[in-house]
Design a protein around this ligand. Structure first.
Ligand code: UD1
Ligand code: MG
Length: 449
């Protein structure tokens, strides 16, 4: 690990008007996490040290989004959008504290990985004053071109300022830069705005550093690392890339995906090795599968914990607070929310279990509903270990079903049932022999008239 001190400055002042959104661009999500938080996480993995965020509008929201990953992040407001060098200088007070490395990242470039960041910092450790993350592309239009002479990076020319020859260069600036912390302010302060856009370009520090006899170098990263998001189509493209990367790393860590392209993960999904995931499964944030489990097709899972050898689905919905013990089962068309399902309990068909504790090895019959909400408050249903809930029962909370108790099918249970008790919460059956025939004849006669 790089021992040099580091300040990561994340530029997030973009208006993002092409998102057509009230939400600041960098707060749009990939895998359930705002893109700026993806950037902060990548910086953290590369030992990016202290974090400074340069924001325009929505600063407090941006700070809140990164807080879980960089609680001490400082925020700087760039009031006028005068260019990337001007944006970096909004964090002047932080830079002036003195760091070995300054890492500049863009808040709208969420797929950046730690490897190129570490490579750029490595170039500073080797004595370069500026290190640029470059990439190669068939279509370089719009990007700054890396101008090299004798294998050395001498300048970055923005697209609008390029000569025809320069415009043909396809080695481009990915945007990310690492700058020697002792040189950074002097270089940035020397940037002017005499260019096609009238902006203070961060990229100009490459030429300035060269003119001062400082060393400058470029790394080469994949296009994904530099993919910037400007509209919702690009957001979806980035999501697809993120999902593809994550499916692959899940499989390489021992998770079986029978149709990987149909399974969607969140930024924090944790799945134990030997888990089998059938096609068309969606994971929202906050899911942990702690042992080898089976997640069957068409399940929607968020905020849930799933134990060893548990079986979920097909067509199950697990909502936040669902906690499935080892060897438990939640089958088709069942919804479980804020409920502890203890080991070996079975909820096999067409059931809603919310605000509940289901004891070990209890069996919940088809169509059982915990009536947890009275329109104002939520109430708890406790089902003891080994209890048997007959099909199509309503358990009106708060209520407790005892250990090894038995609830007759079709019951509406409003009072607690003691351990080993048997409860009928329904009208008794009344059978009238021969009456069906009489009824049919009467109805047939009425229809003829
Ligand atoms: C920039 C680079 C270009 C590179 C490209 C890669 C400069 C001058 N150019 O161009 O070489 O190929 O990225 O995508 O750096 N921002 C602010 N405040 C500002 C201006 C920009 O915070 O005043 C932020 C934006 O929100 C964005 C980032 O800086 O996150 C880059 O700005 P953008 O306008 O997208 O620069 P490009 O023209 O794409
Ligand atoms: Mg851009």
């Amino acid at each position: 690990m790089n021992q040099r001190s580091c300040l990561t400055i994340i530029l997030a002042a973009g208006e993002g008007t092409r998102m057509k959104s009230a939400l600041p661009k960098v707060l749009h999500r990939i895998a359930g996490l705002p893109m700026v938080a993806h950037v902060v996480r990548a910086a953290g993995r590369a030992g990016g040290g202290d974090v400074a965020l340069v924001v325009g509008r929505g600063g407090d929201e941006v700070r809140a989004a990164v807080a879980p990953y960089a609680p001490a992040a400082e925020m700087f407001v760039q009031r006028e959008r005068l260019g990337t060098a001007h944006a970096v200088l909004a964090a002047r007070a932080a830079i002036a504290r003195g760091y070995d490395d300054i890492l500049v990242m863009f808040g709208d470039t969420p797929l950046v990985e730690s490897a190129p960041l570490e490579a750029a910092r490595g170039l500073l450790a080797d004595g370069n004053a500026v290190a640029v993350m470059g990439f190669r592309t068939e279509d370089p239009s719009g990007y700054g071109r890396l101008i090299e002479q004798d294998g050395r990076l001498v300048a970055i020319r923005e697209d609008k300022d390029c000569s025809d020859d320069e415009r043909r260069i396809n080695f481009c600036n990915g945007g990310l830069m690492a700058i020697d912390g002792r040189q950074a302010l002097a270089l940035l302060d020397a940037v002017g705005n005499a260019n096609a856009k009238g902006e203070y370009y961060l990229t100009d520090i490459v030429e300035i550093a060269n003119a001062r006899g400082l060393k400058v170098a470029a790394t080469e990263a994949s296009f994904e690392n530099v993919l910037g998001i400007n509209n919702r189509a690009e957001l979806a493209a980035a999501e697809a890339i993120w999902q593809r990367r994550t499916r692959r790393s899940m499989m390489l860590s021992g998770v079986t995906l029978t149709a990987p392209e149909t399974v969607f993960f969140a930024h924090d999904t944790e799945i134990a090795a030997e888990t089998l995931i059938e096609p068309n499964v969606f994971f929202g944030p906050g899911v942990r599968v702690t042992g080898a489990a089976t997640i069957r097709a068409f399940s929607h899972i968020e905020g849930a914990t799933i134990g060893e050898a548990a079986e979920v689905g097909p067509f199950a919905r697990l909502r936040p607070g669902a906690d499935l013990g080892d060897h438990s089962k939640v089958g088709n068309f069942c919804e479980v929310k804020k409920a502890k399902v203890e080991p070996g309990a079975k909820i096999n068909h067409l059931t809603y279990i919310g605000d509940a504790i289901v004891g070990a090895k209890a069996n919940i019959g088809a169509g059982t509903i915990t009536c947890n909400y009275d329109g104002y408050n939520k109430h708890l249903t406790e089902i003891g270990a080994g209890a048997f809930i007959g099909s199509n029962s309503s358990l009106v909370a708060p209520v407790r079903i005892g250990v090894n108790a038995y609830v007759a099918s079709g019951s509406v249970i409003t009072e607690s049932v003691p351990d080993d008790g048997l409860a009928f919460g329904r009208a008794r059956q009344d059978t009238k022999p021969g009456r069906a025939k009489i009824l049919r004849e009467r109805y047939a006669a009425m229809k003829k008239k």
